[in-house]
Design a protein around this ligand. Structure first.
Ligand SMILES: *[C@@H]1O[C@H](CO)[C@@H](O)[C@H](O)[C@H]1NC(C)=O
Ligand SMILES: *[C@@H]1O[C@H](CO)[C@@H](O)[C@H](O)[C@H]1NC(C)=O
Ligand SMILES: *[C@@H]1O[C@H](CO)[C@@H](O)[C@H](O)[C@H]1NC(C)=O
Ligand SMILES: *[C@@H]1O[C@H](CO)[C@@H](O)[C@H](O)[C@H]1NC(C)=O
Ligand SMILES: *[C@@H]1O[C@H](CO)[C@@H](O)[C@H](O)[C@H]1NC(C)=O
Ligand SMILES: *[C@@H]1O[C@H](CO)[C@@H](O)[C@H](O)[C@H]1NC(C)=O
Ligand SMILES: *[C@@H]1O[C@H](CO)[C@@H](O)[C@H](O)[C@H]1NC(C)=O
Length: 504
């Protein structure tokens, strides 16, 4: 028996892993299974026209006036999408009246929204079945006029009986609601938002979670909105139990670097869950809301068509893209997982860095190639990298295992390789869009306690963040073997252990 010093043991393992990865990953590329025709879909990042005054209670007519102005933009963009042969268009959350409300001030903007599973309704053809449903009427006509699916978000007011002990004092539940219309204007799906941000006090949380799906000739869709994507329900249940391959996702998402930029996190979910995600965000860069796209999983890789522009003079934008309705993952064949290399070895020089309020354990990355090892709690992150390192640029490799508590609560496990904002330790974890260091080869993984691990790669070109799709992701291992043609901002694995969300 003899034992090698830690470092040499790791190097030997890395050589072995390198062979395993780059020897075998390529064998398994013929994984695309088409079972339906491809389809074209659009998302519109909307620069919402705000009501003049959101602090006083306006009349229904005043509320309608501003919602109709926004709907005219929707109508115009839908006809452009239709000319571009889109079969579906998704609009953002809060796109009809903007953000920041109280229960009372938002009330005039809401409509009673019936349950489409109970009664067939085509609001364009039958506008007067229900009172005060002008918004639904116009959305349905936009779908019908352009012969495509329209997915939008609006507010619902659902009357309740005083005998219902939970019925609010104003005798109605108020829900943030996604509505879906078919190409003939039929109302096909309704979803009441389940996971509300702490500042969405104007809306009620529905008692039970909606698992809303709708079938199209190009596959089955689910729908939910913004914060829902962070939690198990409805998102994971829809995808795993309801045979969903596509999600229509109206959102109002603050682009939060380095780990929660909209395009970065939403593409990671699409890849990690193996779905198509159609994400439409508000365009409000002055408040941080922007970043929309269509993200699709290729099994072990990701691809995307997206819009990222946070310049204050930029405007909304339409993104149209052809998608395949269904993919299946490769079986994996003889790919060995990286997990073989976990080791309790960690460099003595570990630091604490703060990302999005969470304190990570981290090592600094200051040489062009090395192994990577860092542990926190039960999580160890290991691998290696080989990069061009721009002189003066600093990176950190960090691990986090714990409850995220800033803003919203959720149990997070993450292995992150991030560009520091400048060359000081204190700047690691602060937002930056600037990098000139290009990754050549890299592979890492973590021994997460969850299978829900989402791979993110955010790059920078001339100071503008973007997605890089030349990565491999297989059962938790993130691999870059052909280099990235954008400089590195973040290459990370974001794990969510939903089973621990309710821990104290
Ligand atoms: C619509 O409003 C009118 C006048 O307020 C009322 O009489 C009628 O019952 C309402 N109809 C429905 C379907 O709510
Ligand atoms: C739908 O088309 C009809 C007939 O061309 C037009 O009058 C109406 O304004 C259109 N509605 C919408 C919402 O686009
Ligand atoms: C999902 O698809 C499988 C296989 O096609 C089928 O057996 C199952 O019933 C479907 N489940 C739902 C909820 O549609
Ligand atoms: C963002 O929008 C501004 C204003 O329209 C434009 O000048 C700029 O080129 C855009 N940036 C990118 C990266 O597209
Ligand atoms: C991850 O690996 C480390 C080091 O071997 C070990 O201490 C830890 O218990 C492992 N965590 C899990 C969840 O297996
Ligand atoms: C860590 O520190 C210990 C004690 O100072 C030392 O013996 C060991 O070699 C160091 N390990 C590394 C990897 O630097
Ligand atoms: C480095 O960045 C940090 C945080 O982003 C900032 O507080 C600090 O002033 C910067 N230091 C230098 C030397 O630029």
């Amino acid at each position: 028996m003899f034992s090698l010093p830690n470092r040499n043991r790791i190097k030997m393992k890395l050589v072995l892993i390198y062979f395993l990865i780059f020897g075998f990953y390529h064998v398994n590329t013929e994984m695309v299974v088409h079972s339906l025709d491809s389809f074209r879909a659009a998302v519109y990042e909307h620069d919402v026209i705000f009501p003049a005054d959101r602090t006083k209670i306006v009349s229904r007519d005043e509320a309608l006036k501003v919602m109709m102005e926004n709907l005219m933009v929707y109508s115009k963009q839908t006809s452009l999408a239709s000319l571009n042969e889109a079969q579906m268009i998704v609009f953002p959350e809060y796109g009809l009246y903007g953000l920041v409300w109280t229960r009372e001030t938002v009330a005039p903007y809401l409509e009673y929204i019936p349950d489409p599973n109970v009664e067939m309704w085509n609001p364009c053809n039958e506008p007067s079945v229900y009172n005060s449903t002008e918004v639904q009427h116009v959305l349905s006509c936009i779908a019908k006029n352009n012969s495509l699916y329209v997915v939008a978000n609006m507010g619902a007011r659902q009357p309740c009986k005083i005998s219902d002990p939970k019925c609010p004092v104003d005798h109605q539940y108020q829900y943030s609601t996604n509505v879906v219309y078919g190409p003939n204007g039929d109302f096909v799906a309704r979803y009441f938002k389940f996971n509300l941000y702490s500042d969405e006090k104007q809306f009620d949380k529905p008692e039970r979670v909606d698992l809303t799906t709708f079938d199209t000739p190009f596959g089955r869709f689910g729908t939910f909105s913004s914060l829902d994507i962070m939690y198990h329900d409805p998102a994971i249940t829809l995808i795993e139990k309801m045979n969903i391959t596509n999600i229509a996702y109206p959102t109002a998402w603050v682009d939060e670097l380095p780990l929660l930029s909209a395009i970065e996190f939403h593409s990671a979910i699409a890849e990690g869950m193996n779905i198509n995600l159609l994400a439409a965000n508000l365009h409000l860069p002055s408040a941080g809301y922007h970043g929309s796209g269509l993200y699709w999983s290729l099994g072990t890789a990701i691809d995307a068509a997206y819009y990222y522009n946070d310049s204050l003079s930029s405007s909304g934008s339409l993104v149209v893209q052809t998608l395949d309705p269904l993919f299946s993952r490769p079986t994996g064949g003889n790919i060995k997982r990286l997990s073989a290399i976990y080791d309790s070895f960690t460099s003595n020089k570990t630091y604490e860095i703060k990302i999005n309020g969470d304190i990570y354990s981290a090592v600094l990355v200051q040489v062009p190639h090395d192994e990577l090892n860092i542990c926190q709690g039960d999580l160890c992150c290991s691998g290696f990298y080989d990069t061009y390192l721009e002189p003066g640029e600093l990176f950190a490799f960090g691990a986090f295992d714990g409850m995220h508590t800033e803003g919203e609560r959720y149990y997070l496990q993450a292995c992150v390789f991030i560009k520091c904002a400048n060359n000081t330790l204190e700047s690691c974890g602060s937002p930056t869009k600037v990098s000139s260091s290009y990754m050549g080869k890299m592979a890492f993984s973590g021994n997460f306690t969850t299978k829900y691990v989402f791979p993110e790669v955010l790059t920078s070109e001339n100071g503008v963040p973007g997605l890089m799709t030349k990565i491999w992701y297989y059962m938790g291992d993130l691999i870059i073997d052909a280099g990235l043609n954008g400089a590195t901002l973040s290459i990370s694995l974001i794990g969510r252990d939903y089973s621990r969300d309710n821990l104290a």
